[in-house]
Design a binder for this molecule. Structure first.
Ligand SMILES: Cc1cc2nc3c(=O)[nH]c(=O)nc-3n(C[C@H](O)[C@H](O)[C@H](O)COP(=O)(O)OP(=O)(O)OC[C@H]3O[C@@H](n4cnc5c(N)ncnc54)[C@H](O)[C@@H]3O)c2cc1C
Length: 397
């Protein structure tokens, strides 16, 4: 009997477990290594757009995520005083075959890890990759911080924005850079906004400086509303904020959003376990692979979150790579075909997210007034201009 090829997959976030699932479907064994202990406590919420939901459907998880999350029926925009500026992303399911779904990141991660486990992926936690050895005469070797190592036929770097595999693939390549915006986020009980009839809309607000958003993400009465605040960092970094007490972070947010329309101050007031994130992206890499190692997801094309597409792109990557692996062509050709197909789309979305981030920076009062008028005019046009992102169906690619 011929030995099945084996993939070493670094990273147990989104791209990693899904790649492992598609590798198994392609007849390839998969061993996945995650730096952190197995945990259900990953913070924050996110939205998976229809193009990402198609991938979850393909691995049998779309219905579960819709049940445990909350379908987003529209994205509403307001000014700081609460004036309505416009709305996008209506009828996603009818138009794109899947809805956009808000969910807790922890719920998504748990479902992906469970599915990988059920599909006999070997899962190793507390294995932080520190080096890769790729010599022609032997298997590729991954070395971990605890002194252990693992061998495989090839290696997939799904280890996110701070990818260690990236340093192997592009040794002197670009590093993640701070886009100058900070993200704060978390959950509040559904009762906090019980008197506001938002239905399944995601409500967002452009301030003179910064941005705020909230919407339902699960039926859990305790944690059913996700919220986030994006604001200029003014030189403070995320690590510095994380070293402050929760009370101090909350005070900062209440000050920052003082005078913003209801229910923003009361959402902040009710918030606990606030997560602080830097807003990073990585400049275009000269290549996504080197010999038997390939980058996917944020490791290949980290994007700032302002297009709401990073996780969907990671899901698409995983599925497309799995499909290409099924063709059984030479590894270098598969890696090159993957990059040729995926790079233009990923880079277009990274650029769009950067542009979107610019409207969340600091404006003068007049500048914000003009921006709001521009948004009112542009939102209906922008809405149509975003269909290409959601209309992409990775099953048909
Ligand atoms: C605040 C915020 C909000 C966002 N909102 C959205 C949204 O609404 N919709 C959307 O589509 N996207 C969103 N994104 C983007 C999305 O989260 C990422 O694009 C997505 O998580 C990328 O998936 P990934 O698997 O490539 O990387 P990750 O999810 O980052 O997973 C990488 C994994 O690799 C592990 N790892 C790292 N280094 C090592 C190592 N050396 N050895 C072993 N393991 C390692 C990490 O611990 C992690 O588990 C958001 C991002 C942020 C920061």
């Amino acid at each position: 009997m011929t030995k099945r090829p084996k993939a070493l997959i670094i990273g147990g976030g989104i791209a990693g477990p899904v790649t492992a699932i598609f590798m198994k479907q392609a007849g390839i064994d998969a061993e996945l290594f995650e730096a952190w202990p197995h945990s259900t406590g990953i913070g924050g919420g996110l939205q998976i757009a229809p193009n990402g939901m198609h991938v979850l459907a393909e691995i049998g998880l779309a219905d579960e995520m819709i049940r445990n999350g909350s379908i987003a029926e529209a994205f509403e925009f307001h000014s700081q005083s609460g004036a309505r500026l416009g709305s996008i992303n209506h009828n996603m399911k009818q138009r794109f075959g899947q809805p956009a779904v808000n969910m807790c990141r922890a719920t998504l991660n748990e479902a992906l890890i469970n599915k990988a486990w059920c599909d006999n992926v070997e899962l190793r936690f507390e294995k932080r990759l520190v080096a890769i050895e790729d010599r022609a005469d032997r298997p590729i070797v991954a070395h971990f911080a605890d002194g252990s190592s693992a061998e495989g036929d090839f290696l997939i770097g799904a280890d996110g924005v701070h990818s260690a595999v990236r340093s192997h693939v592009v040794p002197d390549g670009p590093k993640p850079f701070d886009t100058g915006l900070l993200g704060f986020g978390g959950f509040v009980p559904r009762s906090v906004i019980a008197d506001i009839p938002i239905g399944q809309r995601v409500e967002t607000t452009f301030g003179q400086s910064g941005f705020f958003g909230y919407g339902f993400c699960s039926s859990d009465p305790k944690d059913g509303v996700m919220w986030w605040s994006t604001q200029p960092s003014h030189g403070a970094d995320a690590a510095e904020f994380r070293s402050r007490s929760q009370d101090a972070i909350k005070r900062h947010l209440l000050d920052f959003h003082a005078g913003w329309h209801d229910p923003i101050p009361r959402i902040i007031d009710a918030a606990e376990d606030i997560v602080v994130t830097a807003t990073l992206d990585v400049a275009t890499l000269p290549t996504w692979s080197r010999r038997r190692a390939l980058l996917i997801g944020d490791a290949a094309h980290a994007t700032s979150p302002h297009a709401g597409q990073g996780a969907a792109l990671a899901l698409e990557d995983a599925m497309r790579l799995g499909r290409l692996m099924r063709q059984g062509q030479e590894l270098s050709l598969t890696f090159q075909q993957f990059e040729d197909e995926r790079r233009p789309r990923a880079e277009k979305i990274v650029a769009l997210a950067r542009r979107n981030g610019n409207s969340k920076r600091e404006f003068s009062a007049t500048g914000a007034w003009i921006r709001d008028r521009m948004l009112k005019l542009l939102i209906p046009i922008t809405a149509k201009g975003m269909d290409w992102m959601y209309a992409y169906d990775p099953r048909a690619a």
